[in-house]
Design a binder for this molecule. Structure first.
Ligand code: ADP
Ligand code: MG
Length: 316
């Protein structure tokens, strides 16, 4: 009591002393302190970001949990930093079994830059996993992955987001039978009345996964994600064989060295109706559904719900 009274007096005499509010003394479990984050190894990198495996070990006895930590590559500028902030804001609000779980953030340099902390999936991306596990991954398993990716994407669409970077490199493997969408760096919110998102200057675009309307007008619809899903499906069926990658195959069609002209040539061949080839061992009915993702007019494409029911029927 006496101490409380003394403190009250102290506060009155010196208002700059602010006492901790007991309710905030509880630690925020989504705030990770940099000093306790110990790097174990690199997990991978993409255009803007790099992801490291870290142990968050406040007790310093290596009993802390393993987490995946995404930060911007040092060469990336301030404008990209807002990208990571956006990614945090989006991922934080997403709750789905086929979307990687957000854990929190770590503030650096007085809050100007941040790291995104998410659950660690030891098996890595489909691009790492499939080439190594070809023999024990059946067509049935690939179709299960396809359903799960579609379910994650359908959920994302229901929250009015367009992913814009759906590809095998951005799908993570939780275990032999479960995958999760794991990179929301290019995800954008769409205004309900417009139904699409316009890109201004996106030089880093994954062009070989993009639908014609994205390449020509820089417009992204939910249906543009469906196109990219078709390309991702193609990657699944080729077990992410790099000698058969979407880029390799498209460059074969358009010829390899067009520099700036590559996108123009790509648009031309797509408009002429050329498509990625049917992967070896891919059933006709599966390839036919990739084709339904690759219809020129966005409105005429199949949607994620349609794909889910078709693949589930094939699995039944
Ligand atoms: P970028 O935005 O730079 O493309 P990603 O989020 O796609 O970064 O991550 C890059 C790579 O890091 C992925 O392709 C994957 O191999 C690896 N990775 C990312 N997140 C995780 C995770 N949570 N667990 C395990 N590996 C991951
Ligand atoms: Mg990525």
């Amino acid at each position: 009591r006496a101490i409380v009274r003394d403190i009250d007096m102290l506060e009155e005499q010196n208002p700059s002393i602010s006492l901790p509010d007991p309710s905030t003394l509880e630690v925020d479990p989504t705030m990770f302190e940099k000093r306790y984050l110990k790097k174990v190894r690199d997990l991978g990198e993409g255009h803007f970001g790099k992801v490291e495996l870290c142990r968050y070990d406040p007790r310093g006895d290596r009993t802390g949990e393993l987490v995946a930590v995404k930060s911007l590559k040092p060469e990336n500028s301030e404008e990209q930093s807002s990208n990571l902030w956006c990614e945090v804001g989006i991922l934080k609000e997403l709750y789905h079994e086929n979307i990687v779980k957000y854990k929190g953030i770590c503030n650096e340099e007085g809050g100007s830059s941040i790291k995104l902390i998410m659950e660690y999936l030891p098996m890595g991306s489909l691009k790492d996993y499939l080439p190594r596990n070809k023999v024990n991954t059946s067509l049935k398993t690939l179709l299960k992955y396809a359903v799960q990716i579609c379910q994650g994407m359908d959920y994302l669409g229901s929250r009015n987001y367009i992913h814009r970077d759906l590809a095998a490199r951005n799908v993570l493997v939780e275990n032999e039978s479960t995958v999760k969408i794991g990179d929301f760096g290019l995800t954008k919110s769409i205004k309900e009345n417009e139904g699409y998102y316009t890109v201004k200057d996106d030089l880093d675009s994954p062009v070989f996964w993009y639908a014609p309307e994205c390449l020509v007008h820089g417009k992204f619809y939910r249906a543009s994600d469906v196109w990219s899903f078709g390309v991702t499906m193609y990657e699944l069926l080729t077990y992410c064989d790099t000698t058969r990658s979407p880029m390799t195959e498209f460059l074969k069609i358009i010829g390899p060295t067009h520099g700036q002209m590559t996108v123009t040539r790509l648009v031309k061949v797509l408009e002429d109706g050329r498509r990625l080839p049917q992967p070896e061992g891919c059933p006709d009915v599966v390839y036919a559904h990739m084709g339904k993702c690759w219809v020129n007019t966005p409105n005429d494409r199949i949607d994620f719900k349609g794909l889910i029911s078709v693949f589930q029927q094939m699995l039944a």
